[in-house]
Design a protein around this ligand. Structure first.
Ligand SMILES: *Cc1c(COP(=O)(O)O)cnc(C)c1O
Length: 362
């Protein structure tokens, strides 16, 4: 066995030894507020209509390889500018991977402010790309433009990722800062709008003002995390090349039918988003009332909050009481006293607030 482990090490790329698989917590039996999922199920009748469509799915056939109907439905509902093209991914994670595969092979650098969505770094490293993380400002998690200018000049990144709003901090970067990054970037800039339904702002209308801008979205956070569907919008010149790296049939037939149906009922999801926005503001206010707690302002469907107590202990105690959130206590730096809670139903949020308040001694 020792021999096999050595053979594996020597045969595979050395980067793999340093990587860990993406960790997903076991949420069985817990109130799940860790992964930015929409907590709401579908109203009466909607499930029946959806199942009627699924009944006609030809699962013995390969799906439409270019998902033409789904792409036109997305074009219409998301407001994709004329002249821009759409690439679909099995979640936006796959799109990040495709973009990075397109620049891998040489000594390209990928740059992102940190802390941010971990998959930018993870996928860059997995493809043998160099990754440059630029710390966000400590006080409000805005872009440290002085540091960004220096890092962009020094590394000449092939790709810059900006999560807008950022995960796990929840804030939108200042528009003028993003615009400056677009102006000085020597390569691609990917604005990751995973939380667009909650943010109330977007770079999509300005897509064609910047040749090297790509806007990435997902249906996951809006309420369809189980389907795995992300989309990338950009100038056709880019998208045509990325499409060569996409595996054929990456969007399966059940996802194509289900997403198309869901988009035809966008009123339902808009309503759920509206309720979640109301709850987000309520939970933020309540958190800020708790002793020693500071909730950072959020433009997404989660809230990052800092405590005077050890975040790891609070996380474990919440979990023991049936509530799963996300802890950043193991990170060095500005997040080590922080937890991130996803906005749930009013009942879930109340349970969370009650338990946290007890733990903090109220
Ligand atoms: C959740 C998240 C994603 C991943 O979305 P999927 O489409 O589910 O793969 C991408 N970017 C950010 C910033 C996220 O928070």
């Amino acid at each position: 066995m020792r021999d096999l482990a050595n053979r594996v090490r020597s045969l595979l790329r050395p980067e793999l030894a340093a990587l860990h698989p993406y960790h997903v917590a076991d949420a069985r039996g817990l109130v799940k507020l860790d992964a930015m999922e929409n907590p709401y199920s579908w109203p009466e009748g909607m499930t029946e209509q959806w199942l009627d469509r699924l009944r006609q799915a030809a699962v013995n056939r390969y799906p439409d390889p270019s998902a033409t109907e789904l792409r036109s439905a997305l074009r219409a509902t998301a407001g994709v500018p004329d002249g821009a093209e759409i690439l679909l991914g099995n979640g936006s994670d796959e799109l990040i991977q495709i973009i990075l595969m397109a620049v891998a092979g040489g000594d390209a650098v990928v740059l992102a402010p940190e802390p941010t969505f971990v998959m930018y770094r993870q996928l860059a490293v997995s493809l043998g790309l160099r990754f440059a993380g630029v710390p966000l400002r400590n006080d409000d998690f805005s872009l440290d433009m002085e540091a960004m200018r220096v890092a962009i000049r020094q590394h000449q990144p092939a790709v810059i990722f900006l999560a807008y709003p950022n995960n796990p901090t929840g804030n939108l970067f200042r528009e003028e800062d993003v615009t400056e990054v677009l102006a000085i970037a020597p390569g691609l800039v990917v604005i990751d709008e995973a939380y667009a339904p909650f943010a109330g702002t977007s770079f999509l209308p300005r897509l064609l003002d910047h040749e090297s801008l790509l806007v990435m979205r997902t249906l996951s956070k809006m309420g369809l995390a189980g389907l795995r569907l992300g989309y990338l919008v950009g100038a056709p010149e880019w998208i045509v090349e990325f499409d060569k790296l996409r595996l054929p049939y990456n969007i399966n037939v059940l996802t194509q039918i289900s997403a198309e149906y869901a988009l035809s009922r966008s009123d339902v999801f808009d309503d759920q988003v509206k309720r979640l926005l109301g709850q987000r503001d309520y939970v933020s206010r309540q958190l800020n009332e708790l002793p020693g707690v500071h909730a950072y302002p959020s433009r997404a469907n989660f809230i990052l909050f800092e405590m005077s107590l050890d975040a790891g202990r609070v996380f474990e105690t919440l979990k023991a009481r049936g509530i799963l959130v996300k802890s950043f206590h193991s990170l060095l730096g500005p997040l080590h006293r922080c937890l991130r809670v996803t906005v749930g139903t009013p009942e879930e949020n109340q349970l969370f607030l009650e338990q946290l308040s007890k733990i903090l001694g109220r």
